[in-house]
Design a protein around this ligand. Structure first.
Ligand SMILES: [Cu+2]
Length: 197
């Protein structure tokens, strides 16, 4: 059959069916991608600096400000932790104990529980440091849509590339917002205050 021959009624119907089913197939494929993609965040368990197992759900009722970092980080981590201390201080006194800062080390080999505890206390005695095996920490990072990478060793030792955002988790344990590093303090304070009930 010449390809320019007009389609007869039967062929036309078959063609229409074909197009219809092809769209249906595409629709279901796309839908399954978007609907089944698990939302970022969720519960996880790691170990605190007292050696106790801690789960995110232990902080139900609290707004959690989650960050990933490591103690020998020259800039991002100390700046973030200083900023978080200021954020908490900027909240009304009655709201401050409704917010928990969790700092997960991505360098558990060098960041021992004791070093982590001492380091965080420098910023605030209320900041919670969490550790685990590299694999456990990688899983939490993956769950939160991020990762980290050990950079080649230099004379100063190795550095770790890690997420710089602040992960904001509401009082039901749901990841509700990612704030980029450097977000003005007022914006963070306002957003966090809005989550406190
Ligand atoms: Cu850092």
């Amino acid at each position: 059959m010449n390809k320019f021959t007009p389609l007869d009624a039967h062929e036309e119907k078959t063609m229409q069916h074909f197009i219809f089913y092809r769209w249906c197939f595409l629709y279901f494929c796309l839908q399954s991608i978007f609907v089944t993609a698990a939302p970022l965040g969720g519960n996880f368990s790691l170990t605190n600096t007292e050696g106790k197992s801690v789960a995110l759900q232990d902080y139900a009722g609290q707004v959690v400000l989650l960050t990933f970092g490591f103690l020998s980080c020259p800039d991002i981590c100390p700046t973030t932790l200083t900023e978080l201390k200021q954020v908490i201080n900027a909240l009304p006194a009655t709201q401050r104990d409704k917010v928990t800062v969790l700092f997960i080390t991505v360098d558990p080999e060098r960041d021992t529980a004791e070093k982590l505890k001492t380091y965080l206390q420098y910023f605030s005695p209320n900041f919670v440091g969490l550790r685990g095996s590299v694999a456990e920490i990688r899983n939490v990072c993956k769950q939160y849509g991020t990762s980290f990478r050990y950079l080649p060793k230099t004379e100063q030792g190795y550095s770790v590339e890690h997420a710089s955002q602040l992960f904001i988790i509401d009082s039901t344990g749901k990841l509700v917002r990612l704030m980029p590093y450097g977000t003005p303090r007022e914006i963070v304070v306002q957003y966090v205050a809005g989550l406190i009930h």
